[in-house]
Write a protein that binds this ligand. Sequence first.
Ligand code: SME
Length: 164
Amino acid sequence: MFALTPRLAEAADKPALYRLLIEQGRALLEGEHDRVARAANLAALIFHALPGLNWCGFYFWNGRELVLGPFQGRPACTRIGWGRGVCGSALAARRSLVVPEVSDFPGHIACDPASRSEVVVPLWRGDAPFGVLDLDSPLPGRFDEEDRIGLEALAKLYLDGVAE
Ligand code: SME
C-alpha cells in the first residue's frame, strides 16, 4: 500500500511540504478517475499531512446547490447554496477565499464551533461549477498565501484526473 507521510515530516518549509504533498497526491490518485474515490483519498492525505486542521473535505455542485462529499473531521452541514457561506461564496466568486477569522466573515456557516479559520478553493471545469475543496482550522489565521497556492495546485491535480 501507498506509504503515506514519512517524508512530509522532513519538509523544510511550507512550499516544500506542498511540493511533497502534490507528489504523493499524484501517486495516490494515479489511475483512479472516480470523483468520489479521488476526493476521499485526497481529503485523507491532506488532513493527515497538514498540521492544525480540524476538517478537510469536498462539496460537489449538483446543479442546484453544493452537497457534502468525502471529508475528514467531524460531521458537517450537508447542503450549501450558491453564494452562501465561505464555500458558496468562493464558488460563485470563482476564486479561493482565505478567511483568517471566520466570525468576521458575513454569512459564515459554522459546522463545528471550534473552527476559527478557513480556506476554500473553488473547483470549476471550464465554465461549469464542479464543487469546492474546504479546509478548517481551530487556529485563527492558520492559512496564508502559501497554503492557497499549494491547495490550488492540489485542487488542479484532483480535477485534471476526474472522469468526464
Ligand atoms: N464553513 C463553511 C461550511 C462548511 S464547513 O466549514 C465544513 C462555509 O461557511 O461555507
